[in-house]
Design a protein around this ligand. Structure first.
Ligand SMILES: C[S@@+](CC[C@H](N)C(=O)[O-])C[C@H]1O[C@@H](n2cnc3c(N)ncnc32)[C@H](O)[C@@H]1O
Length: 386
């Protein structure tokens, strides 16, 4: 068995690395324990910083895909780093990421924004992180993506629902970084279905002409490439409610991980940036979604997670009796053009104090009976196919 110790009492360098930033309750193994081994991968129950230093060779990983703890105001059970300490905390992990990545490899970080306590303005912590990664550690920003979760609830309630002075925060930044300007990649791996208008164009042809933007739409656009090239906006709902993972946790009285991302998020990047047989690493593994997708796509993978309960739950993703297929949706969303529900220029004047004074009754603000849809410009947003 592996020696275990309570992080709050263990005077080891492992814990002191992140103890100042985290208030966490978990046990940290003293050696490198493999909590689970599968055909393609392994769950490591350990602090990933120590694991990388001790066990991962230079230039050995094709893709690091991860969602680190965010600098959230409302803390999760596993602890979150304070906003002003975040970049410093992340730096030692990032140095290891740079060391272990192959020159053709990619680092993809899913990171949510945060708010300044007590006021309706945004923290810059994730942008500061990006600047540090590129300016200090010499990562290249291959491309920034935005993960839009259409099922996200309107938060923070005070600014969005009560004072009505901000819109709901439904997009995470996903930074795709690389060690050189030339990470291996192909967008052919992540095509989306053609829109109805494109299918029509492919079938009935197009009269080449100059677009208002000045682009010359030539007949090259009539070539059927098997699907459309997706944008850097990834529309993926996060609505898992009855998966094998959740049932596995429930039946064993294990608390499910509170901040899981949907499988389609790692799947997009694993497909686009790695080949079968390549190596994928998730240093903040959580419930091991990255491992589950990598296993299905036959990539060698390692997920590191420090909280024992999350490791126990993650094992359910690889259970032999697993009976659920990947949850799919219709594959596309229809969204209204922004601010389409607008009634011309005769609105009430905006609050001159910018919403500083809290409304007496939030309901009193809902007196907007004359709004009509001015534009019915429905736009299709295609999500990437599985
Ligand atoms: C945002 S969650 C990741 C959730 C995961 N993507 C999923 O879908 O289940 C971040 C995780 O990192 C873990 N963590 C934080 N510091 C760590 C460290 N030094 N080593 C390993 N795991 C760590 C936390 O316990 C938490 O489970």
């Amino acid at each position: 068995m592996f020696a275990m110790a309570r992080c709050t009492t263990l005077p080891s360098t492992i814990c002191s690395i992140f103890a100042p930033a985290f208030e966490m309750r978990y046990t940290v193994p003293m050696t490198t324990p493999i909590a689970l081994q599968t055909e393609y991968g392994q769950i490591i129950h350990a602090d990933s910083l120590a694991y990388m230093r001790d066990s991962l060779a230079d230039d050995s990983v094709d893709l690091i895909f991860t969602s680190p703890p965010f600098a959230l105001l409302r803390k999760k059970d596993y602890g979150n780093v304070e906003e002003d300490k975040y970049v410093e905390w992340f730096r030692s992990f990032a140095e290891q990421f740079h060391r272990i990545l192959k020159p053709t490899g990619s680092l993809v970080i899913d990171i949510g924004g945060s708010w300044i306590p007590g006021q309706p303005t945004r923290s810059l912590y994730h942008f500061e992180l990006l600047i540090m990664l590129c300016r200090k550690l010499e990562f290249h920003l291959a491309q920034e993506f935005h993960w839009w979760n259409p099922s996200k609830l309107p938060t923070p309630a005070e600014w969005v629902n009560v004072r009505r002075i901000r819109v709901k925060d439904a997009v995470n930044c996903v930074f795709w970084l690389s060690k050189t300007p030339w990470p291996k990649a192909s967008n052919r791996r992540v095509l989306t279905p053609y829109s109805d208008s494109m299918l029509d164009l492919l079938e009935n042809g197009y009269h080449a002409k100059l677009r208002p933007s000045g682009h010359d739409i030539s007949d090259k656009f009539q070539t059927d490439n098997g699907g459309a090239i997706p944008p850097n906006l990834l529309a993926i709902p996060n609505t898992e409610s009855n998966s094998f993972y959740l049932r596995y946790c429930r039946e064993r009285n294990i608390k499910p991980h509170p901040a899981r991302f949907p499988a389609r998020l790692p799947e997009f990047f694993i497909r686009m940036l790695t080949d079968a047989g390549d190596t994928v690493f998730d240093p903040f593994g959580g419930s091991c979604v990255t491992g589950e997708v990598s296993e299905r796509l036959q990539r060698h993978w390692t997920c590191c997670e420090v909280v024992d309960e999350y490791v126990e739950g993650a094992k359910g993703r690889f259970h032999t009796e697993r009976d659920d297929a990947e949850v799919t949706d219709a594959g596309y969303y229809k969204i209204l053009s922004s601010a389409a529900l607008w009634n011309g220029i005769e609105d009430d004047a905006l609050a001159a104090d910018g919403g500083r004074t809290r409304p007496k009754s939030p309901q009193s603000q809902n007196n907007q009976p004359n709004l009509t849809i001015q534009s019915r410009g429905m736009q299709e947003v295609t999500t990437h196919p599985l």
